[in-house]
Design a protein around this ligand. Structure first.
Ligand SMILES: [Zn+2]
Ligand SMILES: [Zn+2]
Length: 216
């Protein structure tokens, strides 16, 4: 298995309240990959072949690449892809039969996600990291099960604390959301949303919706 790109110190750096550290590391890694593709790989023959075979990136990563990109790398990549597509039409070649291969960046995300789940599980062995998690840390619902599975597999002594703390955090979000609904009732119209409730409705989607469900 490949070594993790990040260490537990990096994990500590992204251990922030209300944000899943595994999602954070996957995103950081993707940003690094995009930067590498921009400046080092555009002219690389293997990279270009994979880009063409995969019919570009998935929609999510196409937009990420666009946001970080410039006119030249877009011209190089999309000139190549457009030429392939136009040739197919003008030479009346049948539509591509085989399914496009996986988006390069999605494939990287799947690999790094597995590494960071393991990194997080091992990271709980470090007192400082565990303390940060047990304070206001959270993992998203999508990563909760695989982390738990990993903790059980390595016979971690922190399984119960991990479950208890994570559920307590989710129950507090559940309470905030219920309060927002209650205060919306005209009988309670004079009650204002608390800062915590305002914070919770803005963050909850990132914790409940799989942040990797764009992957192909
Ligand atoms: Zn996550
Ligand atoms: Zn993708």
């Amino acid at each position: 298995m490949k070594r993790p790109t990040f260490t537990w110190l990096d994990l500590k750096a992204v251990m922030q309240p209300d944000m899943c550290p595994v999602c954070q590391l996957v995103n950081l890694r993707t940003e690094q990959k995009i930067a590498t593709f921009q400046y080092a790989h555009i002219a690389d023959v293997d990279f270009r072949k994979t880009f063409i075979d995969s019919d570009g990136f998935c929609q999510h990563h196409t937009e990420k690449f666009y946001e970080a990109g410039d006119h030249l790398n877009h011209a190089v990549l999309y000139h190549h892809l457009l030429t392939v597509k136009l040739n197919r039409i003008t030479q009346q070649k049948p539509a591509q039969k085989k399914k496009p291969t996986a988006c390069l960046l999605c494939a990287h995300e799947k690999t790094s996600e597995a590494l960071y789940i393991n990194l997080f599980a091992s990271g709980l062995e470090h007192d400082a990291l565990k303390t940060m998690y047990m304070d206001k840390g959270i993992v998203c619902m999508h990563h909760f099960d695989p982390i738990l599975k990993r903790l059980r597999k390595i016979k971690s002594p922190h399984v119960d604390d991990f479950i208890k703390h994570t559920l307590t955090m989710y129950q507090s979000y559940q309470h905030d959301l219920a309060e927002i609904k209650r205060k919306n009732d005209h009988k309670h119209a004079e009650e204002r949303l608390s800062d915590q409730e305002r914070h919770t409705w803005k963050l909850i989607r990132r914790l409940l919706v799989d942040q990797g469900n764009h992957r192909r």
